[in-house]
Design a protein around this ligand. Structure first.
Ligand SMILES: Nc1ncnc2c1ncn2[C@@H]1O[C@H](COP(=O)(O)OP(=O)(O)OP(=O)(O)O)[C@@H](O)[C@H]1O
Ligand SMILES: [Mg+2]
Length: 238
């Protein structure tokens, strides 16, 4: 009864290099695992937008590369939404048509590409959230190659995506309306983007202030949370 010494020999150094844990595909697993451990990047949201974002003719009067220089006052706001900034909550009271929603969409693109986590984007109503998804979010993804690669179109099978939710590695974007308490409570959210807050109802399905309901979603993320609230107020003092 002799041991088959040839097959029991230790794995060669080359084999160890190829497969650290000793089975096929182990290195792929390790690579994926270390990607998940990677810290958020130093890149800011405005730098990301200048590098990766394209505006489509479907949603923009000036299609082509997104240039922060075109709306320079949005740079500080976008950069406060970057992981390098300690700011957690940005409230932007603004005039009409100054590029606020697009800057918020840059925030969405940045999160999908570089700092993934659950994100909740709120429009005044579910109907408007659907329209915004079609007119603004789909083009955001389709026109930006880095995002197109990461988010499958809603129509493909097992895409994990619908009109109101877009999945990406490490996170998901949920879109909803301030009139839907269920939508606002649907998910914990590290990131919040509340647009057109002036048009929100005072109470969502009689469950209270939609802004408070949405912001409660992010509490568990403590210092890593980021919230952007945008509003063009119509009633003085409100
Ligand atoms: N940096 C940019 N470069 C080129 N076009 C831009 C830029 N930012 C915004 N735009 C365009 O300006 C228009 C208004 O932008 P946006 O809808 O973001 O503004 P807003 O402040 O959210 O407007 P509203 O008051 O209607 O909510 C859009 O057509 C948008 O594509
Ligand atoms: Mg807007």
């Amino acid at each position: 009864m002799s041991a088959p010494s040839s097959t029991a020999s230790p794995r060669s150094a080359a084999a160890l290099d190829d497969d650290v844990a000793g089975f096929d595909g182990a290195n792929d697993l390790l690579r994926a695992w270390s990607r998940g451990l990677r810290p958020d990047p130093d890149l800011t949201v405005s730098e990301w937008a200048d590098r990766h974002r394209w505006l489509s003719s479907r949603a923009s009067a000036e299609p082509g590369r997104y240039k922060t220089a075109r709306t320079p006052y949005m740079r500080e706001i976008m950069d406060a939404l970057s992981p390098v900034s300690p700011v957690q909550r940005v409230v932007f009271m603004k005039a009409a048509q100054v590029g606020a929603t697009e800057a918020g969409n840059c925030f969405i693109g940045f999160v999908m590409h570089h700092a993934p986590g659950p994100m909740l984007a709120v429009q005044p109503t579910v109907e408007l959230a659907k329209r915004n998804s079609r007119q603004r979010i789909d083009p955001l993804i389709e026109e930006s190659p880095e995002l197109r690669e990461r988010i499958k179109p809603a129509r493909s099978r097992d895409a994990g995506n619908t009109m109101l939710s877009k999945e990406f590695a490490g996170g998901i974007l949920i879109m909803t309306g301030a009139n839907s308490a269920v939508g606002l409570r649907s998910t914990p959210a590290r990131y919040l983007f509340l647009d057109e807050v002036d048009a929100y109802p005072a109470s969502a399905d009689e469950e209270g202030d939609p802004v408070s309901l949405a912001e409660a979603r992010s509490l568990t993320f403590a210092h890593r949370r980021k919230a952007l609230l945008i509003s063009t107020p119509t009633i003085r003092g409100l």
